[in-house]
Design a protein around this ligand. Structure first.
Ligand code: MLT
Length: 410
């Protein structure tokens, strides 16, 4: 008999978004006439921009020609890593080498897989609420005890992200090996101010810890003075790995392209105290388990950085941000308590009438046919909130606001 990995049995119910999907489908089957508006999972709704479509079409034609075919793409093609270096980093005063950039098929995978290069017994901290992938992948790997009644796993250091700390927790008093950070934050929509990131980098260096910095939503930052990359903070190259994605910034959720930066200065240690570069470990892991991002997709990602690509994808981001503003203004004026949505496509809303997160989710679904994401699904400290995504058409967002105001007497 094949023994299973019993760590999987520690996991709480299903993964959050399939559970929301299940409840939504059950509702739609029971009420087939309901006009559902989906502001739950952060999935883009606008089509790929013309610059990207044209690049994909050209690349597909190349792939169909005898002398243009490209096979396995074990590494980033230089045309893409050069564009990333220039536009995502050099433009912000940061130098990143080509062999520090690992192109992949998504930040979900990268943020889930990165724990593999660390020891089975490393300690780690997450903010609470948090993107569930960081926690679940460590549970699967056996780094936690079972969950308590509130859904918190033994062995994890949870850093509550609250209204009081602006949803940007400070470093903990105790030492941990790894810390997952995400800014702009999923789910709270908060952005970490420079001083907060400086405190994290100083703490990580003092504690010989590694920061796993998820910047999948950086394109939504509206204030140019706010850091987009952790490497804008001095000293971060020695203590941080960064993950970026094309999913939300360029509508690539169904195309799949992201990248992770592992600076060469960054090291971990063996049990015997020998320092080992994490760049080499991640390179080794990827070479073994991943055959690269398709040529067509890498050409599509390159096109995001062209002049037209930047303009067109920038307009899409602005479109979603106008939706976020409409939610903030529409619901805010009616007395709802809202956070985020200023540098992020997500709005973090306090549930009205002291409702629990899932009760609020169910009530919104049943009474307004609007799908949201219950805050408790992101961790115990998310209880009492729901997340509203601005990834939808303006028409649907306006309609959702009107229905919520009507149902909740705003
Ligand atoms: C979300 O809604 O939190 C995201 O779309 C999930 C993801 O990026 O995997």
């Amino acid at each position: 008999m094949a023994r299973i990995n019993e760590n999987y049995q520690k996991l709480q119910a299903g993964y959050l978004f399939p559970e929301i999907g299940r409840r939504t489908r059950a509702f739609a089957e029971a009420k087939p006439d309901a006009q559902l508006i989906r502001l739950g999972i952060g999935d883009v709704t606008l089509p790929l921009v013309p610059a990207v479509v044209e690049a994909m079409r050209r690349a597909a034609e190349e792939q169909g020609s005898a002398d243009g075919v490209h096979g396995y793409a074990d590494e980033a093609y230089p045309f893409l890593s050069d564009a990333i270096r220039e536009h995502d980093f050099r433009a912000r005063g940061v130098e990143v080498a080509a062999d520090e950039i690992f192109v992949s098929d998504g930040s979900k995978q990268d943020s889930g897989n990165i724990q593999e290069i660390f020891g089975a017994d490393v300690s780690f901290a997450v903010t609470d609420p948090v993107y569930p992938v960081y926690v679940d992948t460590n549970v699967m790997a056996g780094r936690t005890g079972p969950a308590d009644e509130g859904g918190r796993y033994g062995g994890i250091t949870y850093l509550p992200a609250t209204e009081e700390n602006g949803f940007a927790p400070s470093p903990p008093g105790e030492r941990v090996d790894l810390v997952y950070l995400c800014s702009p934050n999923n789910p709270t929509g908060a952005v970490a101010p420079r001083a907060n990131l400086e405190a994290w980098v100083a703490w990580a260096r003092a504690n010989d810890a590694v920061l796993l910095f998820d910047a999948a939503y950086d394109a939504f930052i509206q204030d140019p003075a706010l850091p987009r990359s952790i490497y804008e903070i001095e000293g971060a190259r020695e203590c941080a790995i960064e993950m970026r994605s094309f999913s939300k910034r360029a509508g690539f959720t169904g195309v799949r392209c992201a990248y992770t930066v592992v600076p060469k200065e960054l090291t971990g240690s063996t049990a015997g105290g020998e320092r080992v570069a994490l760049n080499g470990l991640w390179a080794r892991r990827q070479a073994t388990k991943f055959n690269g991002v398709p040529y067509v997709v890498q050409r599509a990602a390159e096109a995001v950085f062209s002049e037209e690509g930047r303009k067109q994808t920038g307009e899409q981001v602005a479109y979603y941000m106008a939706n976020a503003r409409a939610v903030r203004e529409g619901l805010g004026a009616a007395g709802f308590t809202l956070f985020g949505g200023e540098h992020s496509p997500y709005i973090w809303m306090k549930t009205p009438d002291g409702l629990g997160s899932w009760d609020c989710f169910d009530r919104l679904l049943e009474q307004t046919h609007v799908v949201t994401t219950p805050g408790a699904g992101f961790g115990a400290a998310g209880e009492g909130y729901v997340r509203i995504s601005s990834f939808n058409s303006r028409e649907n967002v306006d309609e959702a606001i009107a229905r919520i105001l009507e149902a909740f007497g705003g």
